[in-house]
Ligand binder design. Structure first.
Ligand code: AMP
Length: 583
C-alpha cells in the first residue's frame, strides 16, 4: 500500500482518512499481503516457513521483542547486506530511545520509511486546520533538533529517526508549504550543537513573533526546555536583537548566515523582551511573547503527561495539542480530536502504515514471553475499554514485533479503533527520552550500594523511586532505607548518586551529559521503619498482606508524601556520568 498522499489539498487528505478508517480490516489484509510479498525472500520469513497469507502468518510467525531480533540487527550493523529482514537495501540504522541491556536499540531503515513519515505528517495539518482554520497564514515556531550520529563496524549510520528526517534531502530542499513554514532556519535545526541550535531558533522565533501561529516541540520536555532556555538567555537575546548582531557564542557559520537573513536591529523588540522576561512571574509567558499563537503542540501523553501542569502554567491558556503517535519502529496514527483535553487524547491508528496486532494485557491466561503462540487480536477486533500491547509488522522487516507500548481502546472512528496511550510496558522512570525499567534501577542500586559496604559495612535495606519534575530539568529521586545501626558519611552517599547514574542506560546518560535534559540524580535517605510504614499504609488501602511487594516506583501522592516526611538526608550527584557516542 503506497503512502500516496504527500502534498494534497486538505479535503483530499480528510477524504483519505475517512476512506482508510471505513474498512480497517480489508486495508490491513492488503497491507499484510504487500509486506509478505515484499519481504518473501528474507532469511527471517524463510525461517518462518514463507508465510504468504494471513492464516499462515498467524500460525507460523512468532511474537518477538527486540532481544530476539538483536542477533539479526548485529549482523546488519556489521555489514551483512543479504536480505536478512527486508529485501530492500538497509540504508541506515535508526536508534530508538528504547534500550536493551542498557544499550540503544537499533532498527534497520529502508528507503520508503522516510516517505511513510512524510505521509503521516501530511495528515496532521489538514486535521488541525479543520479545527483551527487559517493555520497556513503564519509560521510555526517549532524547536527541532538533531542528535549525534555514529557509524557501525559495517559502515551504516546510526541516528534517531527525526535526525535522519531533518538531515534528509527531502527536508532540506522541501518546497515551500504554508503549513510547514518554520521560523527556525534549517541550518539551525540541523546544527549539532544544542546550545547554538536552540539559541538561533529562539532568536528567530522572537524576531518573527507576530507571525507565529503555533509553538511546538516533539515532546513536552522540548517545549519546557525552550522556556528554561529563554529564562537563562533572554538578556543576551535582547542584546542581540537591539544590536542586530548575533552573539559570538553561536559560531557555526551556516547558522550565522541563516540568522543574518532574519535578524535586524530592533530596539523596540529588545525592550519588549526585557520587559516581559524581566517580570518576576512567568505564568503565561508563551502567550505573551507570541500573542498570535493559537496552540502548543507536543506529545503530552504517556510519560509526558507529568509535564502538563507546568506547560499549562506557561501556556497562558493556549490549547495543548498532542497530534500524533509514532515510534522508531513504526508510525501509528493521528489524534482526530486535537483540541480535546490532554487527559482525553486518543490516537486513531492508520491501517495503511503497517500491520497491527494486539496482545491483551489484562488476560490472566495470556503468557508474556517471547515467541509465545499468544492469541493476538486484529486491529479490527479490539474491544472498547480493554488494554493491549501493540505488536507490529512493518515493511522494514519487523514481524510481529512487540513495541512495548500498552494502549487502551477508548472508542472508534468509523471502523477504526482509537487508543489512549496507557504506559510503556516495564518502564518505571522517565524524564525525557530515557526509559528506565525495574531491572536497570535494581542494577544501579546494587552497584551504588557496593560503595556502602566498604568501609562502612552498610547496605540498602529497601528502596523505591520516582521522578521529580517540580523544576526543569526533572530528575530521578531514589529513596533509600539503610540497614539499621550503621552511620554512613555524607560524601559516600553523594558518591552513590553518581555511581547509580553510571549504571543507568545510555539514553539516561546521554540526556544528562549531552542535552542537559535530566538533572542530577538524588538519593533521599529515609529513617529506619519508613518502608514498613509504606507497607502499612498500602495495606490500609486494601492491598493484600501476602502479596505485598515494595513498589520500585511510587506515583500516588499520599505515598510520596509519606516517604518525603521520613527523609533524614538528601544527596545529589555532583558530576556528570560518563557517556560516549559509542555507548
Ligand atoms: P522512539 O522509539 O525513541 O522513537 O520512541 C517511541 C516511543 O515514544 C513510543 O513507543 C512511545 O512509548 C513513546 N511515544 C511516542 N509518541 C507518543 C505519544 N503520542 N504518546 C505517548 N507516548 C508516545
Amino acid at each position: 500500500m503506497k503512502p500516496a498522499i504527500i502534498r494534497s489539498s486538505d479535503a483530499e487528505v480528510l477524504r483519505f482518512i475517512e476512506e482508510m478508517t471505513s474498512d480497517v480490516d480489508s486495508v490491513q489484509e492488503r497491507v499484510l499481503s504487500e509486506i509478505l510479498a515484499q519481504n518473501a525472500g528474507t532469511e527471517y520469513l524463510s525461517k518462518c516457513g514463507h508465510p504468504m497469507d494471513r492464516a499462515t502468518f498467524r500460525a507460523k510467525v512468532p511474537v518477538v521483542s527486540y532481544e530476539a531480533l538483536k542477533p539479526y540487527m548485529q549482523r546488519i550493523a556489521n555489514g551483512d547486506r543479504s536480505p536478512v529482514l527486508s529485501t530492500r537495501p538497509v540504508t541506515d540504522l535508526i536508534a530508538s530511545s528504547g534500550t536493551s541491556a542498557g544499550e540503544c536499540r537499533m532498527l534497520p531503515n529502508i528507503q520508503d520509511v522516510g516517505g511513510r513519515l512524510r505521509h503521516l505528517k501530511s495528515l496532521l495539518m489538514p486535521v488541525m486546520n479543520l479545527h483551527l482554520p487559517g493555520l497556513d497564514k503564519g509560521k510555526a515556531l517549532y524547536f527541532l533538533f538533531v542528535r549525534p550520529e555514529t557509524k557501525t563496524a559495517g559502515g551504516l549510520t546510526v541516528w534517531p529517526i527525526l535526525t535522519s528526517f531533518y538531515k534528509s534531502e527531502g527536508f532540506r530542499n522541501r518546497p515551500h508549504d504554508p503549513f510547514h513554514d518554520y521560523t527556525s532556519p534549517t541550518a539551525a535545526i540541523v546544527c549539532p550543537d544544542t546550545f547554538q541550535s536552540m539559541y538561533a531558533q529562539m532568536l528567530c522565533g522572537l524576531c518573527q513573533r507576530h507571525q507565529v501561529l503555533r509553538i511546538g516541540a516533539v515532546f513536552a520536555t522540548g517545549l519546557l526546555r525552550a522556556v528554561q532556555f529563554l529564562q537563562l538567555n533572554w538578556e543576551q537575546l535582547a542584546a542581540d536583537i537591539e544590536a542586530g548582531a548575533l552573539t559570538s557564542r553561536v559560531a557555526d557559520e551556516s547558522v550565522r548566515d541563516a540568522v543574518a537573513g532574519i535578524l535586524r536591529p530592533d530596539p523596540e523588540l529588545a525592550r519588549f523582551v526585557r520587559d516581559e522576561c524581566g517580570k518576576a512571574g512567568w505564568a503565561g509567558i508563551l502567550a505573551r511573547v507570541w500573542p498570535n499563537a493559537r496552540y502548543l503542540e507536543a506529545v503530552i501523553t504517556g510519560t509526558m503527561a507529568q509535564y502538563v501542569p507546568t506547560l499549562r502554567h506557561y501556556s497562558g491558556g493556549l490549547p495543548m495539542v498532542s497530534i500524533s503517535y509514532a515510534s522508531s519502529e513504526c508510525f501509528f496514527g493521528v489524534n482526530l480530536r486535537p483540541l480535546c483535553d490532554p487527559s482525553e487524547v486518543s490516537y486513531t491508528i492508520m491501517p495503511n502504515l503497517a500491520y497491527f496486532e494486539f496482545l491483551p494485557v489484562d488476560d490472566d491466561d495470556q503468557e508474556e514471553g517471547d515467541g509465545v503462540p499468544a492469541v493476538l487480536v486484529d486491529l479490527a477486533r479490539v474491544e472498547a475499554g480493554r488494554e493491549y500491547e501493540i505488536v507490529v509488522t512493518t515493511f522494514a522487516g519487523l514481524n510481529r514485533y512487540r513495541v512495548g507500548d500498552v494502549l487502551r481502546v477508548s472508542g472508534f472512528h468509523k471502523s477504526a479503533p482509537q487508543f489512549q496511550f496507557v504506559r510503556r510496558a516495564n518502564m518505571i522512570l522517565s524524564i525525557d527520552a530515557d526509559k528506565t525499567d525495574e531491572v536497570e534501577l535494581q542494577r544501579a542500586v546494587e552497584r551504588a550500594s557496593a560503595l556502602l559496604r566498604q568501609p562502612h559495612g552498610a547496605s540498602v535495606a529497601e528502596y523505591t523511586s520516582r521522578t521529580c519534575t517540580a523544576r526543569i530539568p526533572g530528575h530521578y529521586v531514589v529513596y533509600w532505607e539503610l540497614a539499621a545501626g550503621v552511620a554512613v558519611d555524607k560524601e559516600v552517599l553523594d558518591g552513590c548518586c553518581l555511581e547509580m547514574e553510571e549504571a543507568l542506560n545510555t539514553m539516561y546518560r546521554q540526556s544528562r551529559v549531552v542535552y542537559g535534559s535530566i538533572g542530577p540524580l538524588e538519593i533521599r535517605v529515609v529513617r529506619p521503619g519508613t518502608f514498613q510504614d509504606l507497607m502499612d499504609y498500602t495495606i490500609s488501602r486494601g492491598a493484600s498482606v501476602n502479596q505485598y511487594k515494595t513498589p520500585r516506583c511510587v506515583t500516588f501522592p499520599p505515598a510520596i508524601k509519606l516517604l518525603d516526611s521520613c527523609v533524614v538526608s538528601n544527596h545529589f550527584s555532583a558530576a556528570l556520568p560518563r557517556w560516549t557516542s559509542y555507548d
